[in-house]
Design a protein around this ligand. Structure first.
Ligand SMILES: NC(=O)c1ccc[n+]([C@@H]2O[C@H](COP(=O)([O-])OP(=O)(O)OC[C@H]3O[C@@H](n4cnc5c(N)ncnc54)[C@H](OP(=O)(O)O)[C@@H]3O)[C@@H](O)[C@H]2O)c1
Length: 276
């Protein structure tokens, strides 16, 4: 039996990952920035509070940087250093597809920090999550029946967060793929008109895609409470989506888990209540 610390354990990926590891008979410490309940440990990744104690006695850790923060290298560097100091053996870091494009970008610095740490490691770089449609973009879908994004007609190989969790669970429990990074995508690449058509069919009402300018998107993100720096970061990566950098499909999910990733239609059916 292995003890795992899971950061972001109440989130899209961490919740499914924690459940899978527990079902496999392991001990799971679910990190939360809120007061800890049963099975949870209090960790504030922004201040570093609780990081050392949460790692003490853990064999392996799943790392992510919480949304809203652009200093991923500071946030994750501290956790990686504590993991080394506390004798943790392995870390799987979730960054994002494209993070390795710029060696000076904070997320890439965090990846390089892990690679140089001496821990056994994997880096997983997922593409845009399907779950964004039932969370970040749901306001427009509910109130305007529209997906409003500055992404033109570019395609994205969206991935289901549950497939990312399955990949992370596999990598945390095996060592044959240690020292490797993987771009994780879904099985198909869709533009937002195609996404809207699938959501419409599954929801039984018309949902359309509306291509908007970045300047039209900014006020909504700020009004939703996103910090200014993270808002600009999001607009930059949406621009890269528009340029086509999110379109390619990899076979990493299938290679690691032994089965093909979920299709967008299957995701939409599972989350139908959010769109109907
Ligand atoms: N969405 C995408 O399309 C996409 C694509 C590629 C990569 N990513 C990456 O995926 C990560 C997000 O993963 P997710 O969607 O699974 O998470 P999520 O659903 O957004 O949940 C965020 C998690 O972070 C925890 N958290 C928030 N503030 C914290 C703090 N100060 N200290 C400790 N924990 C904190 C929250 O738990 P508590 O509230 O319990 O503290 C929650 O479990 C980000 O690093 C993002 O860059 C996202």
């Amino acid at each position: 039996m292995t003890t795992f610390l899971i950061l972001g354990a109440s989130g899209n990926v961490g919740s499914a990952l924690s459940a899978t590891l527990e079902q496999a008979g392991h001990t799971v410490r679910r990190a939360t920035s809120r007061p800890a309940g049963a099975g949870q440990v209090h960790v504030d990744l922004v201040t570093g509070e609780g990081v050392g104690a949460a790692l003490d006695g853990a064999d392996a850790v799943f790392l992510l940087s919480p949304p809203g923060h652009v200093n991923q290298d500071d946030i994750l560097g501290r956790v990686i250093d504590e993991a080394v100091a506390r004798g943790v053996k392995k870390a799987v870091l979730m960054s994002a597809m494209g993070a390795d494009a710029d060696p000076t970008a904070p997320m890439r610095k965090a990846e390089l920090h892990l690679e140089a740490s001496g821990l056994a490691w994997n880096v997983i770089r997922p593409n845009w999550f399907m779950q964004n449609f039932n969370s970040f973009w749901i306001h427009g879908i509910t109130h305007q029946s529209a997906i409003q994004l500055p992404t033109g007609n570019a395609k994205g190989s969206f991935i289901d967060a549950r497939d990312i969790a399955d990949v992370a669970a596999s990598l945390l429990q095996r060592s044959d793929l240690d020292g490797q990074a993987f771009d994780l995508t879904g099985a198909e690449s869709l533009d937002h008109d195609e996404v809207a058509a699938i959501l419409s069919e599954v929801a039984g009402r018309t949902i359309r895609y509306q291509d908007i300018a970045p300047d039209e998107m900014r006020p909504g993100l700020l009004a939703a409470g996103l910090p200014a720096a993270y808002t600009e970061f999001l607009l930059v990566i949406l621009h890269f989506f528009k340029l086509g950098y999110s379109a390619h499909v990899t076979d990493a999910v299938e290679r690691i888990t032994g089965r093909s990733p979920r299709r967008f239609r299957a995701y939409a059916q599972d989350y139908r209540a959010a769109f109907a």
